[in-house]
Design a protein around this ligand. Structure first.
Ligand SMILES: Cc1cc2nc3c(=O)[nH]c(=O)nc-3n(C[C@H](O)[C@H](O)[C@H](O)COP(=O)(O)OP(=O)(O)OC[C@H]3O[C@@H](n4cnc5c(N)ncnc54)[C@H](O)[C@@H]3O)c2cc1C
Length: 457
C-alpha cells in the first residue's frame, strides 16, 4: 500500500500544472518544493504598497493561445490576460525604431518578409526537426536574408532564445516559434502578460491543485528517488531546520514517502540532487546518464533591472530589443509590465523591466556581474531618458538557465530528454529542459502536457 498515487517534485509552473492534472484525474498526489513558495523560476512578490515585483523579465509567449493557458484550462485554472504585445521596437543608432519602420526602410523588404512568413506558416513538424541541429545564421544564409531584414530576424531570434549570437541559436526551434505565432496569432512573435503579472499564473494553478484535494508541502526537499529493482517506489523527503549545519555539514537522508509514480518537475541540472547518477548503482541506463551530464551545463545567462518610476518610461505594450547596447555590448530585451496590465503597480506608478542577454560565465563571476550591471544601468538611463532621482526603486536580478536548456543547434526538439525515464517504470519528467518546444514558460507547460498524456496512456 503506497502513501500516494503520485509524487511531483518541483512546484514550478510545470509541476503545479502536472500535480493539478494528476490530482483531478483521480490520483492522490503529493507536490513538494524545497522553497517556501510555489512558482519556481516564476517568483512574483506582491508588496504591501501594491507593486508586484517579478524575479525578472517575464512575458508569456502566445498568451491565451499558448500551452500555458491550455494546461491551466485543462486543470480548471483560469488565467486572465492583460494586453497582447502589439509590436516590437529596436534600439538602433541612439533611438527606438518600430518594426514597421524598419520594414519600410528599403524597397521590397516588406514583400520579402511576408513571403518568408508565408513559407514558415506552411512548415510541418518534420521541417523543424530538419533544422534543429542547424543555426539561425545557416537558415538566414539559406533564405538569402541580409541587410535590415537580417537585423529584424536576428532581434526576433535573440528574443526567442535569449542567446546573443545567431550562429548559436537553433533554427528549428526559432522556426517552430515563428510558425506557431504566425498560425495562431498572425505575427512573428506574440506574447501577453497576465493580470497581476505572474501571480495570475501561479495562484490559480496552486488553487486548482489544493482545491481538488492535492497535498502541497513547501519547504520540503526531495533528497532521493528510491527504486526497487527497476521500479520507482517513492522519494525520500526532508525539511531543513534553517540552521547552517543542515545545509553544509550534516548529511540527512530524509524519510521515505511511497508512490508508484514520481514526476521530477525540475531542470536537468537539478536531477543529480535526487537521482543517483553513477551508472554502477543507478537503474537508469548509462547512455541516458551520460547524455544528462553532457547537456546539464547548457544554459544561458541574463541580468537586468525592474525599475519603478512616477512617470512612464515606455508606454506601449511592445517588446523592446537591441542587438547590442552602448556600454555592455550585449543584446538587450525589455518591456513595460504596466503598459500590459496596470495592476502590477500602485495607481500613478509605472514599471519597466530590462535585461542584457549574455553567456552564463558572465553572470557566474560576481565582480564581473557587478561591473556589467553598472554598465547596463547607465545604458538604460540613456535608452529610456531618465535620471537616478526619478527612480522609486530599481530591483536588480540575474540568472543562468532562465529558459531551460540553451536552445542551441542539437539541443532542441527531439534532442531534448524525453518526458519518460528509459529502462525503469514509474519515473517521468517535465519542465522547460525536457521534450517540448517554445520559449521558457510555454516549453515548460508543453512538456507538462506531454508528460501527463504519457502517464495516462
Ligand atoms: C529571470 C528570468 C526571466 C525569464 N523570462 C521569461 C520570459 O520572459 N518568458 C518565458 O516564457 N520564460 C521566461 N523565463 C523562464 C521561465 O521562468 C521558466 O522557463 C519556467 O518558469 C520553468 O518552469 P519549470 O516548472 O520547468 O521549472 P522551475 O520553475 O525551475 O521549477 C522547478 C522547481 O523544482 C524545485 N526543486 C528543485 N530541486 C528540488 C528538490 N531537490 N526538492 C524539491 N524541490 C526542488 C525548485 O525549487 C523549483 O521550484 C525566465 C526565467 C527567469 C529566471
Amino acid at each position: 500500500m503506497y502513501d500516494y498515487d503520485a509524487i511531483v517534485v518541483g512546484a514550478g509552473v510545470a509541476g503545479l500544472g502536472q500535480a493539478a492534472l494528476l490530482q483531478q484525474s483521480g490520483k492522490k498526489t503529493l507536490l513538494v518544493d524545497r522553497w517556501p513558495r510555489a512558482g519556481g523560476r516564476l517568483q512574483p512578490y506582491p508588496q504591501k504598497d501594491g507593486y508586484i515585483i517579478e524575479n525578472g523579465l517575464h512575458i508569456v509567449e502566445m498568451g491565451k493561445k499558448g500551452y500555458c493557458h491550455e494546461m491551466a484550462a485543462r486543470a480548471g485554472a483560469e488565467i486572465e490576460w492583460g494586453s497582447w504585445t502589439t509590436g516590437g521596437e529596436f534600439y538602433m543608432d541612439g533611438r527606438w525604431v518600430p518594426d514597421a519602420e524598419l520594414l519600410k526602410q528599403s524597397e521590397g523588404v516588406m514583400q520579402r518578409f511576408v513571403e518568408t512568413l508565408t513559407r514558415i506558416a506552411a512548415m510541418q513538424d518534420a521541417d523543424f526537426a530538419a533544422w534543429d541541429n542547424r543555426s539561425v545564421s545557416q537558415w538566414l544564409d539559406h533564405e538569402g536574408i541580409s541587410g535590415q531584414l537580417r537585423v529584424l530576424w536576428e532581434n526576433a531570434t535573440m528574443i526567442m532564445t535569449t542567446i546573443p549570437d545567431a550562429d548559436e541559436q537553433s533554427a528549428g526551434e526559432c522556426l517552430y516559434i515563428a510558425r506557431e505565432a504566425m498560425v495562431k496569432c498572425n505575427r512573428v512573435l506574440a506574447a501577453a502578460v497576465p493580470r497581476r503579472g505572474m501571480l495570475g499564473i501561479t495562484e490559480p494553478l496552486t488553487r486548482a491543485f489544493t482545491e481538488a484535494g492535492g497535498t502541497l508541502k513547501l519547504g520540503t526537499v526531495a533528497d532521493q528517488v528510491v527504486f526497487e529493482g527497476r521500479k520507482v517506489v517513492g522519494v525520500r523527503l526532508r525539511t531543513d531546520d534553517g540552521s547552517p549545519l543542515a545545509g553544509e555539514w550534516r548529511f540527512r537522508r530524509g524519510t521515505l514517502v511511497t508512490a508508484p509514480l514520481v514526476v521530477l518537475a525540475l531542470p536537468v541540472w537539478s536531477l543529480k540532487s535526487v537521482l543517483d547518477m553513477d551508472p554502477r548503482r543507478s537503474p537508469l541506463p548509462p547512455w541516458w546518464i551520460k547524455r544528462i551530464r553532457d547537456i546539464e551545463g547548457e544554459r544561458t545567462g541574463l541580468f537586468g533591472f525592474m525599475v519603478a518610476t512616477r512617470r512612464p518610461l515606455y508606454e506601449k505594450p511592445n517588446f523592446l530589443s537591441a542587438l547590442s547596447t552602448p556600454r555592455t555590448g550585449y543584446p538587450f530585451q525589455g518591456y513595460s509590465p504596466t503598459a500590459y496590465t496596470e495592476d502590477v503597480a500602485p495607481k500613478g506608478r509605472y514599471v519597466l523591466i530590462t535585461d542584457s542577454v549574455c553567456e552564463p560565465e558572465e553572470v557566474e563571476d560576481k565582480f564581473n556581474l557587478m561591473a556589467k550591471m553598472e554598465a547596463h544601468w547607465e545604458d538604460i538611463k540613456e535608452m529610456f531618458g531618465f535620471e537616478d532621482g526619478e527612480v522609486e526603486f530599481a530591483w536588480p536580478y540575474y540568472t543562468t538557465g532562465c529558459d531551460g536548456l540553451a536552445r542551441k543547434p542539437g539541443l532542441t526538439g527531439n534532442f531534448k530528454p524525453d518526458v519518460e525515464a528509459p529502462g525503469v517504470s514509474g519515473l517521468f519528467f517535465c519542465g522547460d529542459t525536457y521534450r517540448g518546444r517554445g520559449i521558457g514558460i510555454e516549453s515548460a507547460c508543453y512538456s507538462s502536457l506531454l508528460c501527463f498524456e504519457r502517464i495516462m496512456g
